[in-house]
Write a protein of this length. Structure first.
Length: 178
């Protein structure tokens, strides 16, 4: 039944269904909302853990679905480029730790994916969507500078090209601040 609910929700979105947004996203130039979430290994992470470095936070709807897999694997395949410029990548969805563990292991993801099971972090970032059948995080991303300030918000993300867009923007932003 759960798989049917998920399938119906994705069909709803794919064919132009409307969703309800949980709240407004934080503005570029404002402090990034904090979080305290577990990763795919059960370890806890806080926004403060990344203080002093650049951070790409990407929200995605569901582990092991086509677009989410494409996006995660593109981040995986470019992780050395992120590390080379001193940036970290975090994926967040409302899936649980066990689902994240399976997804991470299956695709050998070398970065943190956080389980926002109650949707509070997605809501704080304004990306939580209610489809009446379930809640998911919409596919949006944020770049956070070393001071914890949001410097870029991606509202319209293409899973195929997003990783390169983020890398290009990070390199430009780092050049401006350096």
């Amino acid at each position: 039944m759960k798989n049917l609910t998920i399938a119906l929700a994705f069909l709803f979105l794919a064919f132009g269904g409307t969703t309800v947004q949980a709240g407004d996203s934080p503005e570029v130039g404002s402090a990034a909302p904090g979080f305290h979430l577990q990763d795919q290994n059960g370890d806890w992470h806080d926004l403060g853990d990344y203080q002093g470095s650049w951070l790409a936070i990407y929200f995605y709807p569901k582990d092991d679905t086509p677009g989410c897999t494409t996006e995660a694997c593109n981040f995986r395949d470019n992780i050395y480029a992120f590390k080379a410029i001193g940036a970290s990548v975090i994926g967040i969805s409302v899936d649980d730790v066990d689902s994240h563990k399976e997804f991470s292991d299956k695709y050998k993801l070398p970065f943190v994916i956080l389980a926002d099971e109650d949707g509070s972090t997605a809501k704080a970032y304004g990306v939580l969507r209610d489809w009446k059948l379930m809640q998911i995080a919409s596919r949006q991303s944020f770049l956070v500078n070393p001071e914890g300030v949001i410097v870029k918000h991606y509202e319209d993300v293409d899973p195929e090209t997003h990783t390169q867009d983020v890398l290009n923007d990070l390199e430009g932003l780092m050049g401006e601040s350096g």
